[in-house]
Design a protein around this ligand. Structure first.
Ligand SMILES: Nc1ncnc2c1ncn2[C@@H]1O[C@H](COP(=O)(O)OP(=O)(O)OP(=O)(O)O)[C@@H](O)[C@H]1O
Ligand SMILES: [Mg+2]
Length: 309
């Protein structure tokens, strides 16, 4: 790896998800299963990388509360360097509540207000990390100002930036910076906001077209993930499509982040683009088979064993 570590910048979130045994009825009390997990797109990608033995530094904001401490303890144990995270007094650590209904449709509330604390001044104070980074990974929870500064620092120190557009509501924050990106990985529903499409790219041919459009807009590599249908990808030499692995899904949360983490692992190891995509699909499939948001048993060995199986 050319550089000392991967610098991951964005959200760290406690995610609480609930599943009811019966169909939800507004206003009625329901019994079900509630699960809390350490999450956040940037943090999840960082944890996937750390579990794949990549040195990873996370820049993210947490409050001085118990949830913040829990996120730091879990992430540090997973191997992420959390020493430079921003601690904001008197704020709330980012938290999401997800309520799953029949057929996995999900209603969610995200409290990500602390994300705005991760501002330009904080990034500038950590310029020395940008100087030493092998690669930068970001999510779209960063404010417009923070993104501006981040791309200035990345440009100054000539470090490639990989981005996850995070959600349909946040994806358009990335649009002004597509030409500065080495890798961008939207899911189907994020493509509409990102590329100003009338309808999201939801199947093979439109997804390949959208990936190629993102490359025409200046990204080096673009991937459009399509959930159980797999993904489309493109770079300057062309595009392709890879099917998902048929998987007994236990929990969908974190699959996209596992995908991005493993693709970035492949990029750091200079593997051909189609192999990087297959690493991503394999990591996503392993994650889907587990309730873990980031597979706690993930390792290079497991990933390559599954890839060749
Ligand atoms: N139901 C599924 N069956 C098999 N593979 C899946 C399924 N859902 C997702 N995947 C795999 O995970 C990859 C990423 O999934 P998806 O497109 O859902 O990303 P995402 O919406 O960003 O996910 P997340 O909700 O974790 O952020 C897909 O390209 C596919 O390989
Ligand atoms: Mg995603």
């Amino acid at each position: 790896m050319d550089g000392e570590f991967v610098l991951v910048v964005g959200s760290a979130v406690l995610e609480i998800s609930g599943r009811t045994r019966r169909r939800l009825q507004p206003g009625a009390r329901q019994y079900g299963h509630i699960h809390a997990s350490v999450s956040g797109v940037a943090r999840n990608i960082a944890e996937n990388l750390a579990r794949l033995d990549i040195e990873t530094v996370l820049l993210s904001a947490i409050a001085d509360d118990d949830i913040g401490q829990h996120l730091i303890t879990h992430s540090t144990r997973a191997g992420i360097d959390c020493r430079h995270m921003l601690r904001v007094n008197g704020a709330h650590t980012a938290t999401s509540m997800l309520l799953y209904e029949a057929e996995d449709s999900c209603t969610r509330v995200d409290d990500l207000s602390i994300a705005d604390s991760l501002d330009s001044d904080y990034l500038l104070e950590h310029e020395w990390l940008f100087e030493k980074a092998a690669l930068i990974v970001i999510d779209a929870t960063l404010s417009a100002d923070a993104l501006e500064t981040l791309f200035e620092l990345a440009g100054l120190h000539q470090v490639r930036v990989c981005a996850d557009p995070t959600s349909p509501l946040m994806a358009s924050r990335m649009t002004p910076f597509i030409a500065n990106l080495y890798l961008i990985v939207p899911n189907a529903s994020e493509t509409a906001a990102l590329c100003s499409l009338d309808a999201p790219a939801t199947e093979r041919d439109s997804a390949i077209g959208t990936a190629q459009q993102l490359v025409n807009m200046g990204a080096n590599i673009a991937v459009v993930t399509l959930g159980e249908q797999g993904l489309a990808y493109a770079d300057s030499s062309g595009g392709g499509y890879i099917r998902a692995i048929h998987t007994e899904v236990v929990d969908t949360s974190g699959a996209g982040d596992a995908f991005s983490g493993a693709v970035i692992f492949g990029i750091l190891n200079d593997v051909p683009i189609d192999e990087a995509m297959r690493l991503g699909v394999t990591a996503a499939s392993l994650t889907l088979e587990s309730e873990d948001t980031v597979l706690q048993s993930l390792s290079q060995e497991l990933l390559y064993d599954e890839l060749s199986a």
